[in-house]
Ligand binder design. Structure first.
Ligand code: GLY
Length: 560
């Protein structure tokens, strides 16, 4: 009976997902948009029980750890940006940290750099920050007790949920890798060898128990006690570095948000170790001298101007950005409009500036993974939260903690393990982002809240490695400059440039053949790919909310 009931709910929500993702339905009260239907529903449930946007965001984060194992997590980290109706603006950094035993030579074997050790397996794992982040956010801004906001996630883990087509496929695609790790084999493959399929009930007993530990003991339910013991045991058995002391000492951190102005909009964004806020501010400054709406959305000139601005911002990212607790990130210089306008002095509308001739600027003083995930929440009072959270690659390190039921991140790859050598995203990093014990690795995650006249108007962000930055930028410009609604803005085809490799990426059918020819004539090398996966909430002047659910994924809007 229970199974039939769950199946009916699943059928309802799947049908509903398709309807929502194409609609511009208006919600008067609260709204949650995330990568996955059960998680959005968990957030809505908390809002309807009287929780505020922070309570709901914490519920969504924990629910995603159950229902989106490839990116949602308790074994990873993330960033949360908050805007409250009383004007409060806050940014919480719960990014992972390098363990105390980490060193810049940790991926060297017989004198040779082995980047694959930072892509998969036990040495790729950073000290997880998510649980501390959720407890910290709830303590400062939430209204509900932790056990209440955790309940939907606990129920989803213990009773199970029905796998979507893409989730079953994602698990099956990684089956061979999961076989290598005892915990992952147990949790994420079928003992009988039969592949997962859409509609399978997926139960995670051990994860449910871990979540209950957190509900009962707060951060100590994860960073101490049996869960911490299980993490350290996993490390010891497999040659990993994380110790009890790394776990005990992990703390998330409130940081002053980066605030950028563009026309009448104020963008509230995550500061370093996110690189997104600085890059977006730079790109907007670089594009600001041009009448963007007259260039036309995705015209050759618009794409050229935007990609040349991206090229310059990513060159700066590679040199200047890292963990501000370890390296004096020259934020003021990078955010100075004069500096950014000067960066465009050699820009020509007719021809590219080759990346080989372009480096970071000076002022006074790969492979693509989508498996980060973004969600946006607003409550009926108008408090808003933007969260981007990740294990880094799809299923992170692929190592699940035996007996505790969750996957660990492979976030160590976001350091420039060898300054000057590209990471798995093809990103080049410098000394600012070199590995040091206790340091946070640079991130592209860019949760953003855009206000107008002091009120939240857009809550947005994306998944997709470095493409997070350019996807979030284009979603914003699509609404702010081209007047698209949230759904049109998120669905519109995107482009991406990250300095190196010197390639202008575009999406399938995203540029017409004659636009491509015009861009090639300017000197661009173009390559087709998919660019990011984001979610948007848009709030109109009357306070009505609508959603932008990315058609590139399984996202879902749950509102009331
Ligand atoms: N791991 C993806 C990011 O933080 O940018």
């Amino acid at each position: 009976m229970k199974k039939i009931l769950l199946l009916l709910i699943a059928l309802f929500v799947f049908v509903d997902t398709n309807a929502q993702s194409r609609s511009t339905q208006i919600y008067e009260n609260g709204l949650v948009v995330s990568a996955e239907v059960y998680a959005s529903e968990a957030g809505k449930q908390i809002l309807q029980q009287g929780g505020n946007a922070i309570d709901a965001a914490v519920a969504v984060q924990f629910a995603l750890a159950v229902t989106l194992p490839r990116a949602g997590n308790i074994g990873g980290g993330g960033f949360m940006v908050i805007h409250l109706t009383d004007g409060t603006k806050a940014a919480l950094d719960y990014r992972e940290k390098a363990p105390q035993q980490a060193s810049r030579n940790m991926y060297i074997r017989n004198g040779e750099f082995k980047p694959e050790l930072s892509w998969e397996g036990i040495l790729s794992v950073g000290v997880p920050g998510t649980v501390d982040g959720m407890v910290t956010a709830l303590e400062r801004y939430g209204r509900m007790p932790l056990e209440l906001v955790l309940q939907p996630a606990i129920d989803l883990a213990k009773n199970g949920y029905y796998l979507s087509y893409s989730q079953a496929r994602a698990l099956n695609n990684r089956s061979e890798t999961f076989q290598k790790y005892k915990g992952s084999k147990k949790y994420f493959t079928r003992q009988n060898g039969i592949p997962f399929k859409e509609g399978d009930l997926f139960v995670q007993e051990d994860l449910g128990e871990t979540l209950e530990q957190i509900a009962r003991y707060g951060r100590d339910g994860f960073y101490a006690g049996p869960v911490a013991d299980a993490i350290v045991k996993e490390m010891k058995q497999n040659g990993g570095l994380i110790t009890h002391s790394d776990l005990r000492n992990y703390r998330s951190k409130w940081r002053a948000p980066v605030i950028a102005q563009f026309q009448n909009y104020e963008l509230i964004m995550m500061p370093p170790p996110s690189s997104g806020s600085i890059a977006i501010t730079q790109i907007l400054d670089m594009m600001d001298d041009y009448a963007l709406s007259e260039l036309g959305h995705n015209s050759a000139d618009y794409v050229h101007l935007m990609s040349e601005s991206m090229r310059r911002a990513f060159a700066d990212r590679s040199y200047y950005l890292g963990d501000p607790d370890f390296y004096d990130v020259p934020k003021q210089g990078l955010l100075d409009p004069k500096y950014n306008h000067a960066r465009m002095i050699d820009f020509s509308m007719d021809t590219v500036t080759r990346s080989s001739t372009l480096s970071y600027g000076e002022f006074s003083n790969n492979y693509e993974s989508h498996e980060t995930t973004h969600f946006s929440v607003i409550d009926k009072e108008g408090n808003s939260v933007a969260v981007t959270t990740t294990l880094n690659g799809s299923f992170g390190s692929h190592v699940a903690v035996s007996d505790a039921g969750f996957l660990l991140n492979n976030e160590m790859d976001d350091f420039s393990a060898q300054p000057g050598v590209p990471n798995s995203y093809g990103l080049i990093g410098g000394e600012a982002n070199a590995i040091e014990p206790g340091k946070r690795m640079l991130s592209s995650m860019t949760p953003t809240i855009v206000t107008k006249n002091g009120k939240a108007q857009m809550i947005l962000g994306a998944a997709g490695g470095p493409r997070i930055i350019t996807a979030t930028l284009q979603s914003f410009l699509n609404m702010a400059v081209f007047g698209m609604n949230a759904q049109e803005a998120i669905a519109a085809n995107r482009v991406h440039h990250q300095w190196l490799p010197d390639v202008l990426y575009y999406e399938n059918y995203g540029l017409s053949p004659d636009t491509i020819r015009l861009l090639e004539a300017k000197g661009h090398t173009l390559k087709e790919t998919s660019i990011g996966r984001g979610h948007i909430i848009y709030i109109d002047a009357e306070g009505n909310k609508s959603s932008g659910v990315d058609p590139r994924g399984d996202g879902h809007a749950s509102g009331y």
